[in-house]
Design a protein around this ligand. Structure first.
Ligand SMILES: [Zn+2]
Ligand SMILES: [Zn+2]
Length: 92
């Protein structure tokens, strides 16, 4: 019988269908309520503190750390410390 399945959007986090009642919609992407959390620190998000980057969710803190305007990367000044001047500082 021609049962017309209602197409639910897929959650990019877990790949399962998202039903309206549990959907957290960001732009044209729907997440489950429980999947609507930061992909780095797993903090639950709401519309006021969420940021999305290429279908991955981040809280404001992690998003700022990863993509922030000042370009803080992980490890902060690690790139600078890899220069050989760093070894002088460590050796006392
Ligand atoms: Zn999900
Ligand atoms: Zn986070």
């Amino acid at each position: 019988m021609p049962f017309k399945a209602h197409e639910n959007p897929k959650c990019p986090k877990c790949g399962k269908s998202v039903y309206h009642a549990e959907a957290r919609v960001v732009g044209d992407v729907s997440f489950h309520k429980e999947c609507y959390k930061c992909s780095m620190c797993n903090k639950m998000l709401d519309s006021t503190n969420s940021n999305m980057h290429e279908n991955a969710l981040y809280c404001k803190t992690c998003h700022g750390r990863k993509f922030g305007p000042k370009g803080y990367g992980f490890g902060g000044g690690a790139a600078g410390l890899s220069m050989d001047t760093g070894s002088h500082l460590e050796k006392k």
